[in-house]
Design a protein around this ligand. Structure first.
Ligand code: ADP
Ligand code: F6P
Length: 532
């Protein structure tokens, strides 16, 4: 029987030790795990090989065997990497060189020969684990920028193997890519695959432009198929990744997600009994009473010098008729996600449209990621500070503008947060696709709920009925956010229906099938082991 062997840097699940000494597995945060995880779980002929995320030095050989066994039960084969390997390959070349370069953050990219050598060595380690598992007829699907040398390494051993490679992040312009001292080796590594996939046509075009510039001797035909000197062909194409739409839609109706939504509604004063949120404290009661007669009630807290006429208008709309709203976002704490810029836009909106003060709450779920990399530590400090500043500046006695959660939550609470959001603020500075935008819409199937989306991510090509913004333009994001909060439920539903129709069809499962079908078509049948 032919099987699918998925190879990625990180396995889709992490190990969690239980009190009784047993191990359970929990799904990881990140696009790759959420998109391909369900396919792997539902296909019994599918194996997944990747880094376990654990430090083998902390475990005895016997424990490591038990860990391997726990993974094996979920058809995963863990690779254990030493601290030195992780430093050079993962924190170093993958996340300190390729990641910033591919996301147009070249100023953050560090080029170190030692990291490159470790990257090559660890790609070879992966090859050594994968090779003995390959049987005739298997398909090997290598994922992402961590393993760009692996397709060629596998091709050298199995010249007829069916090998696919997919990039989950953007591919940069040739001008940026060619600044990488090892750019040719990286291209040659990827060209070991039969099918090379990207999220968008633009990323495929950038890859082809780099090929043209750096390896002009390779013939590429009109369909984007490269003829390699060893006779194999590598096709290049775009496959926009989707989500498991029904899973998110269903989960949005689960008991836990509903309870979370109710909780958030209550905390944010969306349920009627909390209409006047400041009434929670004695001082608040006084402020509320004053509010009905005195337009200055909130400036009492804000200590701001605003003209009386503006105040009168604001107080009339904010206290009397304005209903409370919730903004949500869900991200890994990554500098490509544009969190500081987004927070500035939120702060600016409170400044420019003070009628939202006390009436809009931002749930910011941002889980720390890649904490070993210095740029991520800097970002965390910056976000912590900005949240503190905005909360310090605008909070009322019983209202906090930003609820900042840095824990990693599982799918039910995440869907609870999505469903509670009147607006999702998804503003990466650069992103291959961005699944969060799609998940939010799935959780609002048949309902209103407005998406403010960056035009710098792959999802913007598909979700054209969102409020599309330039994430670097703070004023533009501020205005879009205000307009999204003001939108009527009818208009919001009308926009969503079109986007949801597309997401329902272009699911993660269809994406897997479409990539694998194309791979089958372009691969040569049969397989020989060059060393046999
Ligand atoms: P990336 O792959 O760069 O992390 P995506 O938006 O494509 O970005 O995918 C992120 C995935 O990880 C989504 O499925 C999202 O639900 C999940 N996720 C992101 N951040 C969190 C978080 N803080 N807690 C729980 N899940 C998260
Ligand atoms: O989307 C890019 C990506 O690197 C995925 O491969 C991965 O799922 C996600 O980001 C999380 O990254 P990491 O495994 O470094 O925590």
């Amino acid at each position: 029987m032919s099987r699918l062997i998925i190879v990625s840097n990180r396995l889709p699940m992490s190990l969690q030790a239980q009190e009784d000494g047993s191990y359970t597995l929990r799904q990881n945060v990140g696009g790759l795990a959420t998109a391909i995880g369900p396919y792997h779980r539902s296909h019994k002929d599918c194996l997944w090989i990747g880094w376990s995320g654990i430090d083998p030095q902390k475990y005895s050989e016997k424990e490591l065997d038990r860990i391997r066994q726990a993974y094996r039960e979920s058809r995963c084969i863990p690779i254990f990497l030493s601290k030195e390997e992780l430093n050079g390959y993962y924190a170093g070349f993958s996340n300190n060189t390729l990641w910033p370069l591919f996301h147009d953050f070249s100023h953050e990219a560090v080029f170190r020969q030692e990291d490159w050598e470790m990257y090559r060595k660890v790609n070879m380690r992966f090859a050594q684990v994968v090779e003995p598992l390959i049987r005739k007829g298997d398909t090997i699907w290598v994922q992402d920028y961590h393993l760009m040398l692996l397709p060629k390494m596998l091709r050298e051993r199995y010249p007829d193997a069916s090998i696919g490679w997919f990039l989950h992040v953007p591919f940069p312009s040739a001008e940026i890519f060619r600044s990488l001292p090892w750019s040719r080796e990286i291209l040659e590594g990827v060209l070991g695959a039969n099918l090379i996939g990207f999220h968008t046509v633009d990323f495929s075009a950038s890859f082809l432009a780099s090929l043209h510039r750096l390896l002009p001797e390779l013939p590429v035909n009109r369909d984007g198929v490269v003829e390699m000197p060893d006779g194999h062909r590598a096709a290049i194409d775009a496959f926009p990744i989707g989500i498991d739409y029904n899973l998110y839609r269903r989960t949005a109706h689960s008991g836990l997600a509903r309870a979370m939504r109710r909780g958030i509604d209550e905390v944010c004063g969306k349920s009627p009994r909390h209409r006047y949120r400041t009434s929670v404290t004695a001082e608040g009661v006084a402020a509320n009473e004053a509010a009905t007669s005195d337009a200055n009630w909130w400036s009492h807290y804000m200590e701001k010098d605003i003209p009386e006429s503006t105040l009168a208008k604001q107080a009339a709309s904010s206290v009397g008729s304005r209903s409370n709203k919730v903004i949500v976002s869900v991200d890994r704490l990554d500098y490509t996600k544009g969190l500081p810029e987004r927070l500035q836009a939120f702060g600016r909106m409170l400044d420019k449209y003070p009628e939202w003060v006390g009436h809009v709450t931002y749930y910011l779920l941002a889980t720390p990621s890649r904490e070993v990399v210095e740029s991520y530590q800097r970002l965390k400090a910056q976000v912590d500070q900005l949240v503190g500043e905005i909360n310090g500046r605008y909070s009322l006695l019983a209202w906090t503008p930003i609820h900042y959660i840095t824990r990693s939550l599982s799918i039910k609470p995440v869907c609870g947060i999505y469903t509670a959001g009147d607006v999702a603020l998804v503003t990466p500075l650069r992103d291959g696709m961005n699944l969060v935008a799609k998940e939010y819409l799935a959780c609002h199937d048949g309902r209103d709920g407005t998406l403010v989306l960056s035009d710098m991510c792959g999802a913007a090509d598909e979700l054209t009925d969102a409020f599309i913004v330039n994430p670097y333009d703070i004023d533009m994001v501020c205005e879009a956010l205000h307009n999204a909060l003001e939108i009527t439920p009818e208009e919001s539903k009308r926009r969503n229906i079109r986007m949801q129709a597309r997401l329902k069809v272009r699911t993660a499962a269809n994406w897997c099938t479409s990539f694998l079908d194309s791979l089958r078509q372009v691969s040569t049948p049969g397989m020989t082991d060059r060393r046999l």
